[in-house]
Design a protein around this ligand. Structure first.
Ligand code: DNO
Length: 348
């Protein structure tokens, strides 16, 4: 296991100097943020991240994310050129020492929450999701600014994009994903890069858009499309765990060898399709974090780990889900879990 921490670049209030002081932190997870999805990242930008990390005693081996352009997910006539660009990014990142690339295949919206500062009894605030609230939102008229909403779209562009997706049902999205994987995975394999798809968050359809990376059956289907070790998963417990039908301990064990990256965080189920983000330990929420890490260790997991969203505590403000304090607590908790479980396994 290699413990990592997400870093959003020079504008991130959580600086590399702070990240390096988290015990046992080995590296950062980052990306080039000023190129639109579909574009090719310059070698210069990629190497700049690497050098900044190295100057702080950290490695840069995981990218989150190289975004997949909507035209690829739509499978339209622009897709093949954009897939070629994607492959070029993989080659360039590999040249810079990147070993794992996280991406997702969610149409239009990335992760979605309905509340950004949900007050918790201990005075912390956290992200929360309530399906009823989301059902009442209209992405075309809502002025809400939420994580996962790409604000670069104008209302007209968003309308047009949503219209294009009317022709894409789940099966069509699977076919478009297949085209992408069949082109990208061989290139990544040649370069020694593990590809790690991120599950849909939350793991069900939103605003009538299809979502397919949602449960055990679909993860199995995904892995079999290109049955190569480097066609793997980002195991995001908070995303998959939002659906209580997902047995995360079982899934963690079953897919461990194909899990290249783990986002480990806890959530508390508060109702049907309703949850809030909580501190990382098992006791704080609905997920069995110990059971998940144990299933990883017992089944040969050898990937990167990062604490995922944190709450805002101790008066911290900043990027929702990505403050320093609660994530740092999460990292040390997870490091402790891995140490105990791994040593216990060895000493038996
Ligand atoms: C949210 C993140 C996601 C993730 C992408 C991966 O906090 O987990 O935005 O980075 O879905 O492509």
């Amino acid at each position: 296991m290699k413990m990592t921490f997400r870093w959003y670049g020079d504008d991130d209030p959580v600086t590399l100097q702070k990240i390096r002081q988290i015990p046992c932190m080995s590296g950062i997870v980052s990306a080039v943020y000023d190129v639109k999805p579909g574009g090719v990242w310059s070698m210069e930008s990629i190497l700049a991240i690497k050098q900044k990390a190295q100057a702080n005693g950290l490695v840069f081996e995981v990218v989150e994310s190289v975004p997949v352009a909507e035209d690829i997910k739509l499978g339209n006539e622009k897709a093949s050129l954009l897939i070629e660009n994607y492959c070029e990014n993989i080659r360039r990142l590999a040249k810079a020492g990147v070993k794992c690339i996280c991406y997702n295949f969610m149409p239009v919206f990335d992760w979605l929450r309905s509340e950004l500062e949900h007050q918790q009894p201990d005075g912390a605030n956290a992200l929360a999701f309530d399906n009823e609230t989301v059902l009442k939102m209209n992405p075309l008229t809502s002025e809400l600014s939420l994580p996962g909403w790409d604000e670069s779209y104008s209302k007209d562009a968003l309308k047009e994009l949503l219209h294009q997706y009317e022709a894409v049902d789940e099966e069509q999205l699977w076919r478009n994903l297949e085209v992408f994987l069949k082109a990208v995975i061989p290139v990544a394999k040649e370069c020694g890069v593990n590809m790690a798809i991120h599950p849909d968050d939350p793991p069900w359809g939103i605003f009538g858009l299809p979502r397919i990376i949602t449960n055990e059956k679909n993860l199995e289907r995904f892995l079999s499309i290109v049955d190569e070790p480097n066609n793997g998963l980002t195991f995001c417990t908070g995303s998959l765990g939002a659906n209580p039908d997902n047995d995360l301990v079982k899934m963690a064990g079953r897919f461990a060898p194909r899990i290249h990256f783990a986002h480990l965080r806890n959530i508390l189920h508060t109702g049907d399709k309703q949850f809030e983000e909580v501190a990382h330990p098992s006791a704080c929420g609905s997920l069995d974090m110990y059971g998940i890490v144990k299933a990883f260790c017992d089944n040969g997991f050898d990937g990167y780990v990062r604490p995922d969203h944190g709450r805002m505590i101790w008066g911290e403000t900043g990027r929702y889900g990505y403050g320093l304090y609660d994530r740092a607590l999460g990292a040390t908790y997870l490091t402790g879990l891995f140490e105990a479980i791994e040593r216990n396994g060895r000493e038996k």
